[in-house]
Design a protein around this ligand. Structure first.
Ligand code: HPA
Length: 275
């Protein structure tokens, strides 16, 4: 067994010492979007620091706990906060929690994040369904010895974000009268925001939004066979498109402002997932 897999098993054991709860859907809550965890009818709440080997977040707005329980009657594992590469973690370390969600039993992973908008049709406060991503600016979490217990060496990347789940999300938005945009998410390493030249570069490449997470988690989730859905909260227009200076406080404020629509959308989505 690979050393990496043994570490994952140790993390699994930490959770299993607290609860034998098996989630069907795992949800990762991005910057400013953590309030959804309060809606979970919880069975167990485990601070990340109590999970052996779990990478710890240092970012304001990321609470750092795993909430296991029921949301709209569906067994869920909600990660209130994530770690990022800019905190000094490798992409392999960043996806350790994603892989733990798989070992806990989750079949579906819903990734959420805050990001800068590139598409002129977006504005601060827009919500965007992630249809595909560009991860070419960050190292793959699959680099190094393949973890055969999890998945294959050479991973197909045609439908990273499940078209089926995406269509359900769009239908939920339509029924709730939420204007859900669609687009391509590009991951940069950060922590600095993009320069106007970088914004132009990725716009030319076809990106609709830019952030500092998610794509590597989606890769790891597909590697171990989970179905992935992604929703981005466009907290600001990216540097160079907007002339106002970006701050993390603004990102958190805007995310909190759309939190109501975001929560309704995710809850509706989870309630519509068939067994
Ligand atoms: N760029 C990168 N990441 C972000 C942004 C942005 O403009 N807004 C929120 N996260």
């Amino acid at each position: 067994m690979s050393q990496y897999y043994s570490k994952l098993e140790a993390a699994l054991k930490s959770v299993r010492e607290v609860t034998d709860f098996v989630p069907r859907v795992a949800v990762v809550l991005g910057s400013g979007l953590g309030a959804l965890a309060d809606e979970v009818d919880d069975v167990a709440v485990i601070p990340y620091r109590n999970i052996e080997g779990f990478p710890l977040s240092t970012v304001e707005g990321h609470k750092g706990r795993l909430v296991l329980g029921y949301l709209m009657g569906t067994p869920v594992a909600v990660m209130q906060g994530r770690v990022h590469m800019y905190e000094g973690y490798s992409s392999k370390e960043v996806v350790m929690p994603t892989r733990l969600m798989h070992l806990l039993g989750a079949k579906i992973l819903l990734l959420t994040n805050a990001a800068g908008g590139l598409d002129p049709d977006f504005s601060g406060g827009s919500l965007m369904l992630i249809r595909d991503h560009i991860s070419s600016f960050v190292p793959s979490p699959l680099i190094g010895e393949n973890v055969d217990e999890l998945g294959t060496r050479f991973l197909d990347m045609s439908d990273v974000y499940s078209p089926y789940l995406g269509d359900i999300m769009l239908k939920c938005a339509e029924d709730l009268h939420i204007d859900l945009k669609e687009g391509i998410y590009c991951q940069f390493r950060g922590p600095q925001y993009e320069t106007p030249a970088e914004t132009r570069l990725i716009r030319m490449l076809g990106a609709s939004a830019v952030g500092m997470s998610t794509a590597v988690e989606a890769i790891a989730a597909r590697h171990c066979g989970m179905e992935v859905a992604g929703v981005t909260c466009i907290t600001n227009m990216a540097c160079g498109i907007s002339n106002t200076k970006l701050t993390h406080e603004e990102v958190q404020e805007v995310a909190a402002r759309v939190s109501h629509d975001f929560k309704s959308l995710v809850k509706e989505f989870i309630s519509r997932l068939e067994e």
